[in-house]
Design a protein around this ligand. Structure first.
Ligand SMILES: NC(=O)c1ccc[n+]([C@@H]2O[C@H](COP(=O)([O-])OP(=O)(O)OC[C@H]3O[C@@H](n4cnc5c(N)ncnc54)[C@H](O)[C@@H]3O)[C@@H](O)[C@H]2O)c1
Length: 256
């Protein structure tokens, strides 16, 4: 299989590339990443000599660039996105660019140049908004509450529309919060660990009552792999560890 992975120098994409190379001897991976915030070339530095892995710097919203590369792919998994919620509130423009125009551009390239390729759009449970109890299902109403989640929801509905209108083999996954190796140090768990190790105060968002369901990144990647290989056209797949908890459980003596 020739697999095109976008955003593969970020946290989840780099774990996914490692998993796929490890589990499939016959796979060739092309990783496209624009080296934006969240990316870290060192995440996959050791793969540079691997003949089954190629990296290419580029923007998924660049139509000509993507059209040239998408033709040869058997499948595409799109991790590329602007992901930092606070930054989306301060400066939403780049979120529209990567998370909406970028997805639209990938879909257009597939429609015109490779309509039989499988396409997995990596999305987030944040498109459903906040939850106080229970769990979201794939049928839950979309209630995004930040420019980040609004841009992800917009990308998702484009994917569903293209599967329905043009028959693309496209699917959406919506996962809960991830933790694990290669996570950007600004995110909650690495930031909390780093601050705790230095004896610094640990900030908690709001009152700490917000419910989150943390999943180990490799478990998420295995679920994406299952959707890539066996998912059904036009479907949405929620992914979680089914462990909903408030953030207060991690409030320790160093907390505010
Ligand atoms: N981290 C989580 O807890 C979580 C949970 C659920 C879903 N997701 C989704 O998973 C995906 C990956 O998340 P992550 O935490 O690995 O993010 P990340 O910020 O670590 O990585 C995103 C990568 O995308 C690249 N990128 C951004 N815009 C691009 C563009 N226009 N063209 C090419 N590359 C571009 C960045 O350079 C970066 O390497 C995102 O779509 C996110 O919405 C993340």
């Amino acid at each position: 299989m020739k697999l095109l992975v976008t955003g593969g120098l970020g946290f989840i994409g780099s774990n996914f590339i490692r998993l796929m190379l490890h589990e499939h001897d016959d796979i060739q991976i092309l990783n496209i990443d624009d080296l934006r915030l969240g990316s870290n070339p060192e995440n996959l530095l050791d793969l540079n000599e691997n003949p089954r892995y190629t990296f290419c710097k580029g923007d998924i919203a660049d139509a000509r660039f993507i059209a040239g590369l998408i033709k040869d792919a058997d499948a595409i998994v799109n991790f590329a996105a602007e992901t930092h919620v606070d930054r989306s509130i301060a400066r939403p423009d780049s979120f529209l660019h990567s998370n909406v125009k970028g997805v639209f551009n990938l879909l257009e390239a597939l429609r015109h140049h490779n309509s039989s390729a499988r396409f997995v759009q990596i999305s987030t449970d944040e498109v459903y908004g906040d939850i106080l109890s229970g769990s979201f299902t794939e049928e839950s109403t979309l209630k995004p509450s930040s420019p980040y989640s609004a841009s992800k929801a917009a990308g998702d509905v484009f994917v569903q529309a293209y599967a329905r209108t043009y028959g693309l083999q496209a699917m959406v996954t919506r996962c809960t919060n991830n933790y694990g190796p290669y996570q950007f140090p600004e995110k909650l768990i690495p930031k909390t660990i780093l601050r705790a190790k230095s004896g610094l105060r640990i900030p908690i968002y709001g009152t700490g009552q917000n419910v989150r369901d943390w999943i180990y990144v490799i478990d998420h990647c295995r679920a994406v792999q299952a959707v890539l290989l066996r998912g059904r056209k036009g479907e949405i797949y929620n992914i979680s560890a089914a462990e909903e908890k408030t953030s207060r459980f991690c409030r320790g003596s160093a907390g505010p």
